[in-house]
Write a new protein. Structure first.
Length: 119
């Protein structure tokens, strides 16, 4: 199973970005999909989660600004980020919990995409 993340970049404060993460390979079904971020000198933190039934959960600092969504037909998770702040600057990673075709279940990480919020 491979995850391909995209959509990062440089944006001014108050701007928006949309991250995407597509899973491919020996996938039977996908359970939870999530986005994490890691800023320089800090631990990786959970930003947003979307469960298989569609319910979502957000870290407090992004509530009302970020929206996580998924397209199960494309095995893709998205993170729409609005009203971005300099403190949102980090490398963003997707994490996908997969039921694989040959049996078993494990979580996979995407390669990370840099988001920089600066004027």
């Amino acid at each position: 199973v491979q995850l391909q993340a995209s959509g990062g970049g440089l944006v001014q404060p108050g701007g928006s970005l949309r991250l995407s993460c597509a899973a491919s390979g020996s996938i039977h079904s996908i359970n939870t999909m999530a986005w994490y971020r890691q800023a320089p000198g800090k631990q990786r933190e959970l930003v947003a989660t979307i469960f298989s039934g569609g319910s979502t959960r957000y870290e407090d600092s992004v509530k009302g600004r970020f929206t996580i969504s998924r397209d199960n037909t494309k095995n893709t998770v998205y993170l729409q980020m609005n009203s971005l702040k300099p403190e949102d600057t980090a490398v963003y990673y997707c994490n996908v919990d997969v039921n694989v075709i040959y049996g078993g279940r494990r979580a996979y990480w995407g390669q990370g995409t840099q988001v920089t919020v600066s004027s």
